[in-house]
Design a protein around this ligand. Structure first.
Ligand code: UD1
Length: 417
């Protein structure tokens, strides 16, 4: 299994080019199931989660053709199997995103229940309830969701928890339903808007994406389109925090600052100077970061996917910070590993209290989930000596060429096979 070996102590400087957003790409790939025409996608990130998703879509019968420019042609003229097997769903929960499209276009789908995952129980009850409200008959048998429907019917659906993939699944299903669907308390994440934009390019009638009420008027069929996936805001945020922690200066290119308000605010509070250009963000940090307290919540509030990275920064910051996680119940697994590097963190319920220390020391640590692993890379960049991060397959799920990108801006990082 691959490991990352990182020598701390370098201040980052230079430019980092951001890849396409994983969390926008995953639903948009599944949107390819909604049409018999070709869907061309550009700016697809090269990530393990994307290849898992393409394997799943290929298993279902979609023709997938990758090109050298980071694009892909998807063609779901006819599907051979309306099934997402456990082996694929267990490695990536977002596989549940094939449920809505398969059911809407073919009236049938069998998708493995995702089961628990490292960061909490993460049920899919709201996906199921929403599809039932649209007329689907759903039962769970042998760990699989079996869904059947004639043509789905538009419905008013209220989700009592804000769910990103839940909103996306129901929005995709509603594009081909008969009549109007209204999704209330919908997720407002930029990735939901990106998916809506792609669906609209395919002929869907959607309004309100980006607000908490999305209205979809069903159409008889969708057509092919060409669409570029938005930049990854979490990858952007991760490199910005790295620059702030190492008291460096970096320019992030091919990104979108308008998707990062809460993160940029917190970086400014920590003492960073931030300049916004067209599609770029330049951050410079000239002193030790100040501790910043935060609480995660659905967009536009502070993203749970940036919580661990800010925890890493607080470990070496000046002062005491509290970090409260409100989205997932078990998302502090990086804390144990950060303590191995010398961090002073106490956990009280869903809040971590972090007392900044003068320095961290390199050690062997273990990646536990995607964003937790990223936070360990950040901590390692400022730790004295060498840190080895094991189980980095978690990082490869969501960060394209992480060691190349960090090396380009001066980090001493290498992959050990
Ligand atoms: C998505 C993101 C993930 C991010 C998360 C929260 C993708 C592929 N993944 O995950 O990176 O961390 O949003 O921003 O986009 N819930 C229910 N019932 C449901 C669905 C969700 O109770 O049917 C709960 C979950 O347990 C969790 C909360 O709702 O507590 C939010 O989860 P959700 O937004 O669904 O996360 P994902 O879409 O899986």
């Amino acid at each position: 299994m691959d490991k990352l070996a990182i020598q701390g102590g370098m201040s980052l400087s230079g430019e980092v080019r951001i890849s396409g957003a994983k969390n926008a790409a995953l639903p948009i790939l599944c949107a390819g199931l909604l049409t018999a025409d070709k869907l061309h996608l550009g700016n697809l990130p090269k990530l393990k989660d994307i290849s898992t998703s393409l394997t799943l879509l290929g298993h279902i019968g979609m023709q997938v053709c990758l090109n050298d420019q980071g694009g892909v042609d998807l063609h779901a003229a006819e599907l051979s199997r309306l099934e997402a097997p456990y082996e694929l769903v267990k490695t990536m929960r977002a596989s549940i995103l094939v449920l809505g499209p398969m059911l809407a276009r073919y009236g049938e789908a069998k998708v493995s229940l995702p089961g628990g995952c490292a960061i909490g129980s993460r049920p899919v009850d709201l996906h199921i309830k929403g599809l039932q409200a649209m007329g689907a008959e759903i039962h769970i048998e042998h760990g699989y969701i079996h869904a059947k429907a004639g043509r789905l019917q538009g419905a008013r659906i209220f989700m009592d928890t804000v769910t990103v993939t839940g909103t996306e699944n129901l929005m995709m299903a509603a594009t081909l339903a008969q009549g109007v669907t209204v999704l209330e308390n919908a997720a407002r994440e930029p990735e939901v808007v990106d998916l809506a934009d792609c669906l609209i390019a395919m002929g869907a009638k959607i309004s309100g994406a980006g607000s908490d009420t999305i209205t979809i008027t069903g159409v008889d069929s969708l057509h092919g389109a060409s669409f570029n996936i938005m930049p990854d805001r979490i990858e952007t945020g991760t490199y910005l925090v790295a620059a702030a922690m190492t008291q460096g200066k970096i320019k992030i290119t091919h990104t979108r600052a308008d998707t990062l308000d809460a993160v940029l605010d917190k970086l400014r509070e920590a003492g960073a100077e931030i300049e916004l250009g067209e599609n770029s963000i330049t951050l410079s940090m000239q002193q030790r970061p100040r501790a910043v307290s935060l609480k995660t919540a659905p967009y536009p509030a502070f993203p749970t996917d940036m919580q661990a990275q800010f925890m890493a920064m607080n470990c070496i910051a000046d002062g005491v910070a509290t970090v409260t996680e409100t989205i997932f119940e078990n998302r502090f697994m990086h804390v144990q590993e950060m303590r191995r590097l010398g961090a002073n963190i106490e956990i009280e319920g869903n809040t971590a209290v972090i007392r900044g220390v003068d320095g961290l020391q390199g050690a062997v640590v273990m990646a536990t989930d995607l964003r937790a692993s990223a936070s360990l890379v950040l901590a390692a960049l400022v730790a004295e000596g060498e840190t080895t991060i094991e189980r980095i397959y978690h990082i490869d799920r969501g960060y394209e060429c992480i060691e190349e990108k960090f090396s380009q801006v001066g980090a001493r990082i290498r992959r050990v096979h």
